[in-house]
Design a protein around this ligand. Structure first.
Ligand SMILES: Cc1cc2nc3c(=O)[nH]c(=O)nc-3n(C[C@H](O)[C@H](O)[C@H](O)COP(=O)(O)OP(=O)(O)OC[C@H]3O[C@@H](n4cnc5c(N)ncnc54)[C@H](O)[C@@H]3O)c2cc1C
Length: 547
């Protein structure tokens, strides 16, 4: 088996750039070094903002610090040539309701973006081989629940109808009073799941799937986690054909098609400030790019505040950024395998889903706060998310082979410090795989052709916007969500320094592949510069921000 090193990884990124459509990023000469907008960082959110700005006729330069655009939407051949591995996200569920995709506002489907809807949608296996599978066919899912509890199966079906009728704007729907919805969402996921379902497996399944958000379900305001599995039944778990990075590739093509310029390997280290206004950025190699109108950043807010004099931000802003907390960090272990995972079932058969969750009992979720506080690694029944996109998308790997990833949460700040991850990550990965193999014994060592192991600190090294391994930029609790994100009073994408805007997971409504911070920021920036989304795309469209 091949273990891929950091040097190999960089080679892999280059390969991926080639395999994902050979995007030719135009060189910027000294003469074009002034643009209307300079966009610092190329995650999918800031690329969406940049794409709207180019569509509105502005000249736009995007500067990405890494060799490839996309941030958390990046696919690379890091394990072996021909195996397209999603380095971060795989599932693009939330963004489907964003008008960018729903109404094809940026014509991304003409630039190579295509989605596949896996069936089965989701699966969980338990140590005793009990299991639950969500299928597109709700009757089939109902039967899965019914194996464990008829009452819970009926509840599941009722909740599917309730959430379909729920109107987020009015917090009401079906026969459920608004006060009940408010209470449900304000509760902890753990309490709501236990109050709603009677069966141990079904309770565990709902919490195991809700956990993908990296927010421990023991916290208040996590009641929505009960509905994660329900929403999966309704919306599925779409993955982009060819890899998560195809979203970034399509956005890059859309930007370049309208005259935008993208440069990679250009980390921004400083904001250019003149007369108290942000006028451009300086990169690590000393090159400076000026913005006639404004700079748009998706640099993590913790880093951004160090890129301009403190007094320009104001004491309150700086103190709020200092108080911003990381979320429970993620790890991700990637494999090239010669067989898909085959989860053993109680009836003696097996199932190979694109996506699965592992968690042994509901209480496991409650221990994660303690482990993250103490920096302990506890692999006992570690909750896992297992993704094998090649099962649904044959373009991801050579025929018969597969890309597999195991991901979950472990502390960034180990007792010995975060760098200790470099000493232990291979052993941790081996132990995690041994645990996973109890559910899928077919994946013996000889089936693993190569692996690429990313600890929480590796994730931050790969993408500085995933500060301290926070793949959604920062924790979600009440203190840093909604109009408190990134800082109370500054949730409208405008920053305290005139001429500077912020988008991405640091801003409302937060992380994951939603495109919401990106499109919301475009609405604000275009309005401030005498334009609008409708003018940009040349047709009527939804003009409200998405919460
Ligand atoms: C292992 C893993 C699995 C995940 N799975 C899913 C999933 O299945 N579904 C889902 O919805 N979400 C998932 N996520 C989360 C999701 O990937 C992110 O929340 C999302 O991609 C963030 O997008 P963004 O646009 O806010 O910024 P990012 O994607 O974080 O992009 C920020 C960009 O800015 C660049 N940058 C930062 N600082 C600088 C600088 N100083 N100069 C220049 N460039 C800079 C970075 O290099 C990066 O390219 C996953 C994340 C990880 C790590």
């Amino acid at each position: 088996m091949k273990t891929v090193s950091r040097r190999d990884f960089l080679k892999g990124v280059t390969l991926a750039t080639l395999s994902l459509g050979a995007m030719a990023f135009r060189k910027v000469s000294r003469d074009d070094a002034i643009f209307d907008f300079v966009v610092a960082g190329a995650g999918h959110n800031s690329l969406i903002t940049a794409a709207f700005l180019t569509r509105a006729g502005f000249s736009v330069l995007v500067l990405e610090g890494r060799p490839t655009i996309g941030g958390g939407c990046k696919t690379a051949e890091v394990c072996l040539p021909g195996f397209k591995t999603d380095l971060c996200s795989s599932v693009h569920g939330f963004i489907q309701s964003n008008p960018v995709l729903r109404d094809n506002e940026l014509n991304l489907f003409e630039y190579g973006l295509e989605y596949i809807d896996p069936d089965p949608i989701m699966h969980i296996s338990f140590p005793d081989k009990a299991s639950i599978t969500i299928w597109k066919d709700i009757e089939r899912t109902y039967a899965e629940y019914k194996k464990h509890s008829t009452k819970d199966a009926d509840t599941f079906r009722r909740l599917v109808a309730e959430i379909q009728a729920y109107n987020p704007a009015r917090q009401t729907g079906s026969d459920i009073p608004a006060s009940v919805w408010r209470r449900r969402f304000a509760m902890s996921g753990y309490d709501l799941v236990n109050e709603t379902f009677e069966n141990h497996y079904i309770r565990t399944f709902h919490l195991a799937v809700g956990r993908f958000s990296s927010i421990p379900a023991g916290h208040p305001n996590t009641g929505k986690q009960l509905f994660s599995a329900i929403k999966q039944q309704i919306h599925g778990r779409p993955i982009p054909k060819g890899g998560s990075g195809m979203l970034a590739v399509a956005l890059g093509r859309a930007i370049e098609a309208h005259g935008g310029v993208i440069r990679t390997n250009m980390p921004v280290v400083q904001l250019i400030i003149e007369n108290g206004r942000c006028r451009g950025v300086e990169c690590m190699d000393g090159t400076r790019y000026r913005a006639r109108k404004s700079v748009v950043s998706t640099i993590h807010i913790k880093h951004l505040v160090d890129m301009a004099p403190k007094h320009l931000w104001g004491d309150g802003f700086i103190e709020n950024v200092r108080l911003l907390q990381p979320e429970h960090a993620m790890f991700v272990f990637h494999y090239a395998v010669s067989e898909p995972p085959k989860f053993e079932l109680a009836d003696g058969g097996t199932i190979s889903p694109t996506e699965a969750a592992l968690m042994a009992n509901p209480e496991r979720i409650l221990r994660s706060d303690y482990e993250h506080a103490t920096g302990e690694i506890n692999l006992d029944n570690l909750p896992l998310q297992v993704v094998c996109p090649s099962i649904a998308d044959s373009t991801r790997a050579p025929a018969g082979y597969h890309t597999l990833k195991l991901e979950g949460n472990l502390p960034y700040a180990l007792k010995e410090g975060p760098r200790h991850w470099d000493n232990i990550k291979d052993q941790v990965a081996a132990n995690v795989f041994d645990y996973f193999r109890k559910f899928c014994p077919n994946l013996t060592e000889d089936k693993i052709l190569a692996r690429f192991i990313q600890s929480p600190i590796d994730i931050e090294r790969m993408n500085p916007a995933m500060w301290r391994g926070s793949v959604h930029a920062a924790a979600y609790g009440a203190a840093q969500s909604g109009d408190m994100r990134p800082v109370p009073g500054w949730a409208d994408y405008r920053m305290p320094i005139p001429g500077l805007y912020q988008t991405g997971s640091c801003t409302a409504p937060g992380g994951s592949v939603t495109g919401r911070p990106g499109r919301n920021a475009a609405i604000v920036i275009l309005a401030d510069h005498g334009s609008s989304i409708e003018q940009a795309i040349g047709r009527p469209t939804a003009t409200k921000m998405q919460p």
